[in-house]
Design a protein around this ligand. Structure first.
Ligand code: ADP
Length: 441
């Protein structure tokens, strides 16, 4: 886009590819994120001294922090994302839920606002019926959330969810939702600008999760009726309009077996899985996000958006599936990603690079695009089969075998699919490794 950039990094990341490639790079602190990537002062001071006009927060860290967005606004720097008051409103999941309820967007049946103590939790749960999900208003990344199956565990679930929320987010505000059994997670990509335009770029199915963390995402979602799909689009745009949304963002929904869908939250940043939408819509979402922050009107109208083909993303993590997916950081002795038609790789790793123990274990993403879902799955199998890494353990064989699961092939999967099939999938991996060793030996 012809924009000069300054990259900030922690001392832990001084040898990384982004640091080597950036126009200018500035070390803002030590490995501990609190003292670098989460240090609002260090980032703002650097931006001011380099006369930066805007800050792109990426995902994670300060990307959904309303105080940081407000700090940028006060310093006269554009935060590439929505305005701080929108982040504040939507970042409080309870307030967002109330706003959606008021504006006719379906939300999961649950408490009317916050639930203050265990007695109230008991009576709310009785009235909506078990199982229920206790959630932190400030929650994220699956933390501050507990299921209560019956009256026997509501008190302990409430207390432990609240304790986790206080320690993770410094905020113990809690609310309760009906726990939808075996739902699908479907989300709709939104794109807005500062001129009141708001469109959607279709949906993603992010139901393949392990412990409520996404592992594989695809676009469009298979196995849903056109009327449900249209209903989701309408609800997502209504949600965005209700919030006065003016950037790239995502409206997340759970979909039950009967085709009922419910808004769960809005993410006010670019998401890890945005490439699948880019592949099927042809829209560069990050570019539009930057333009929107600069006050440029959207380049697209809703009628310009056409979804073409099918895209799948697999998150490659440095972790060991055989050891409970324990993180496996370390030096990369050798790495090779298969590239080619319809394969997009997003990774900053290289031979001799390192996966740091300090940050997220995601080391890259493989995204494939093809004319249909089955073709995309075939392409993903090839890309995963040819992916090679030495030095750290990864989940790539696990993902490869997942791409052969008959239920996955049929599109029959819900958010509990991986956890419910874990021993089968891990068994496949063990057997495949044993055969490999026999062949080699
Ligand atoms: P976080 O912000 O921590 O990621 P979310 O509210 O987005 O939390 O929920 C994370 C995941 O938990 C969702 O993808 C979905 O799988 C599951 N989930 C959330 N709410 C419900 C619910 N009411 N019933 C069943 N599953 C839910």
């Amino acid at each position: 886009m012809g924009i000069d950039t300054v990259l900030v990094y922690s001392s832990e990341d001084s040898e990384t590819l982004p640091v080597q490639l950036a126009d200018e790079a500035v070390c803002i602190g030590p490995a501990q994120a609190q003292l670098s990537y989460l240090s609002q002062d260090a980032i703002l001071q650097t931006a001011l001294s380099y006369e930066c006009e805007a800050i792109h927060p990426g995902y994670g860290f300060l990307s959904e922090n309303a105080d940081f967005a407000a700090g940028c606004e006060d310093a006269g720097i554009r935060f590439i994302g929505p305005s701080s008051d929108r982040i504040k409103l939507l970042g409080d999941k309870n307030l967002a839920r109330e706003l959606m309820k008021k504006n006719g967007v379906p939300v999961v049946p649950g408490s009317d606002g916050l639930v203050n103590d265990t007695d109230e939790a008991c009576s709310v749960a009785e009235s909506i019926g078990y199982p229920v999900l206790i959630k932190a208003a400030a929650g994220g990344g699956g933390r501050g959330m507990r299921i209560a199956e019956s009256a026997a565990d509501i008190r302990s679930a409430f207390e432990s969810a609240r304790a986790e929320a206080v320690s993770a987010f410094g905020n113990g505000d809690m609310y309760i939702e009906k726990y939808i059994t075996s739902p699908r997670h479907i989300e709709v990509q939104l794109l807005g600008d500062r001129h009141g335009n708001l469109i959607h770029l279709g949906e993603r199915d992010c139901s393949l999760q392990r412990r409520r963390q996404k592992m594989v995402e695809e676009a469009p979602a298979g196995n849903i009726s056109e009327s449900v799909r249209e209903g989701l689009y309408e609800a997502a745009v209504k949600a965005g309009k209700a919030a006065g949304y003016d950037s790239a963002g995502t409206a997340e929904f759970v979909l039950d077996r009967d085709g009922n869908f419910y808004f769960i939250e809005m993410n006010t940043r670019i998401q890890v899985e945005h490439p699948v939408t880019e592949m099927v819509s042809g829209v560069d979402i990050v570019k539009e996000q930057i333009k929107a922050a600069a006050g440029v009107p959207l380049s697209y109208k809703q009628s310009d958006i056409h979804i073409s083909g099918h895209a799948i993303e697999c998150r490659i993590n440095a972790e060991d599936p055989a050891k409970g997916f324990m993180p496996s950081p370390g030096k990369i002795d050798f790495i090779h990603f298969q590239c080619g038609a319809g394969v997009r790789i997003e990774s900053a790793l290289f031979n001799g690079g390192r996966v740091s123990p300090y940050y997220d274990s995601m080391m890259g993403k493989i995204i494939v695009h093809a004319t249909g879902r089955l073709e995309a799955i075939r392409r993903m199998r090839m890309a995963l089969a040819e992916f090679t890494v030495e030095g750290v353990k990864t989940n790539s064989d696990f993902l490869y075998l997942l791409m052969f699961d008959p239920e996955y092939l049929k599109g029959n999967f819900t958010t509990d699919f991986i956890d419910a099939n874990l021993s089968k999938l891990l068994g496949w991996e063990r057997d495949a490794k044993a055969i490999d060793e026999e062949d080699n030996g």
